[in-house]
Write a protein that binds this ligand. Structure first.
Ligand code: HEM
Length: 244
């Protein structure tokens, strides 16, 4: 394990997570007017419908898939599914939704680069973010055929073990990646980098997207009808203009 691996897979995850959490908190606290998805639908709808929908369906599935897949301890799913079957499931579903997301992000990127109205209204960070996401999808998809060469689930378990060591602050995480290939490592590096840039981009809307689930649990809205049948004089404003 060389110093670069130690840094990238031992220290860098914590740098990214700290910037992600603290950065989001500070941006929410100091800069709420910039906390938005910055939709460009009003400038030009066109490709946005397909691009954005395909991208969001793909990325949301992959987000939850990675979260559950990497962070569920082996002993929890072991009684129900073998590691090799879990890997196959991840490859097929990840490949399918990865492809949908990749088509989506490609449409979004093309639109942002080649649609003059969108281009002129884009910040450099809007373009770089889409390039980063495009690369991440491409790398993720490229790992699928590589995984097909070792279907025993061993590599997937190592990656899951690494992620679980990181989030539980256990030592020795980088050593677990000894035999992991550079393609996987590059995919992991870019994945962590998305968390790093998150608070500085429109990605902050993801917090709000997830928070909308709270809507399902919000209290009922109390709507009161104007009171009728009130004896004359009792419902008058105390001074002119009040109660208008
Ligand atoms: C949690 C649920 C989410 C909701 C409700 C949501 C909603 C939205 C909305 C309303 C827009 C603006 C309309 C548009 O341009 O498509 C948008 C744009 C965008 N979202 Fe999300 N989003 C969610 C999750 C995510 C996730 C997980 C990512 C990536 C990690 C993401 C990345 C983006 C990007 C890059 C754009 C800009 C697309 C463009 O170039 O126009 N979103 N999102």
């Amino acid at each position: 394990m060389n110093a670069l691996d130690n840094f990238l897979f031992g220290l860098y995850p914590y740098i990214c997570l700290t910037v992600f959490l603290l950065g989001s908190l500070i941006r929410f606290d100091r800069d709420q007017y910039t906390w938005k998805s910055d939709s460009s639908q009003l400038l030009k709808a066109g490709q946005l419908r397909w691009g954005s929908n395909l991208f969001h369906v793909g990325i949301l599935f992959l987000f939850f898939g990675h979260f559950a897949g990497l962070l569920t301890p082996h002993f929890v799913y072991e009684p129900f599914i073998a590691a090799s079957s879990k890997q196959l499931m991840a490859m097929i579903s990840g490949g399918l939704f990865g492809l949908l997301g990749f088509i989506g992000v490609s449409l979004l990127l093309m639109r942002r680069l080649f649609e003059p109205r969108i281009r002129i209204n884009s910040r450099t960070s809007d373009i770089l973010l889409l390039v980063l996401l495009w690369l991440q999808f491409a790398l993720g998809l490229a790992t699928v055929p590589v995984s097909a060469h070792h279907l025993d689930g061993g590599m997937m378990m190592k990656l899951g073990d690494w992620a679980q060591h990181i989030v539980t602050f256990r030592a020795g995480a980088p050593e677990l990646l000894g035999e992991v290939g550079w393609l996987f490592k590059l995919h992991m590096f870019l994945g962590m980098s998305i968390f790093l840039v998150f608070p500085f981009t429109r990605l902050v809307h993801v917090w709000s997207g997830f928070a909308t689930v709270g809507y399902l649990m919000r209290p009922y809205q109390v709507v009161r009808a104007r009171r009728l049948n009130v004896p004359a004089g009792q419902n008058q404003p105390r001074h002119p203009g009040a109660g208008v």
